[in-house]
Design a protein around this ligand. Structure first.
Ligand code: ADP
Ligand code: ZN
Length: 218
């Protein structure tokens, strides 16, 4: 199964990507997670990406496209993948289409997570993440068992630098301008499925499973 998740920051793409990737045994590929890891380990790509990521802007297409192409050459993507946060611009979507076409594969579905501004702000301001294993938490909706400690690996949780209010507003602007046009792009290709991302995690999970049932198994 080859899936793409599109939606504004805070819509819950990462949360649902983790649930579905475990269920379907396909890798969850989050360009945001990959970029943050590269920033933390001080690699060349990380140095190029740091200022964009931390200010809420987009990392240049050329950098991200190359990074995703390399990731998709790894063996674990043969049975499928779930892309979260890519493509994020029309340029990325076109380059991605070309790359898929060259190897003769196609996407099974593009899922658009529709969320209201109120939901987005509530989720992002309460979000905490594990800097070591990328597990996500929310101080009210999905708190860790022990305050501020990752359930999975015991690390202290952090708030992402780009989850502070001014940066959140900038990311939403960037989303509207650069990423929202992709919704029509994929709708025209007949691949778009829209979901109501204001729903609670459990309800939305049920809805996503319904949608994926209609995707032919390979
Ligand atoms: P969110 O979806 O909550 O904004 P992500 O973790 O997906 O968070 O992304 C965080 C940041 O990483 C983005 O604001 C951007 O700077 C960078 N980024 C992630 N994916 C891409 C992409 N496909 N193209 C350009 N920049 C990206
Ligand atoms: Zn952890």
């Amino acid at each position: 199964m080859r899936l793409v998740f599109i939606g504004p920051p805070g819509a819950g793409k990462g949360t649902h990507a983790k649930i579905l990737s475990a269920k379907y045994h396909i890798p969850h590929i989050s360009t945001g997670d990959i970029l943050r890891a590269k920033i933390n380990d001080g690699s060349e790509i990380g140095k190029k990406a740091k200022s964009y990521v931390e200010s809420g802007g987009l990392v240049p297409d050329s950098v991200v496209i190359q990074m995703v192409k390399e990731r998709l050459q790894e063996r674990d993507t043969q049975a499928g993948f779930l892309l979260d946060g890519f493509p994020r611009t029309l340029g990325q979507a076109e380059a991605f289409d070309q790359a898929l076409c060259q190897v003769g594969i196609h996407l099974d579905a593009v899922i658009d997570f529709n969320a209201s501004l109120k939901t987005i702000l509530r989720r992002l301001t309460g979000r905490r993440m594990c800097p070591k294993c990328n597990a996500n938490y929310h101080i009210a909706n999905m708190p860790p068992k022990k305050s501020n400690i990752c359930d999975e690996c015991g690390s202290a949780l952090v708030q992402r630098k780009d989850d502070h209010e001014e940066t959140i507003l900038k990311r939403l602007e960037v989303y509207k301008k650069d990423t929202e046009p992709l919704i029509n792009y994929y709708r025209k290709q007949g691949q778009l499925k829209e979901v109501n991302a204001d729903l609670e995690v459990k309800e939305l999970d049920v809805h996503l499973l319904e949608i994926l049932k209609s995707v032919p198994a390979r």
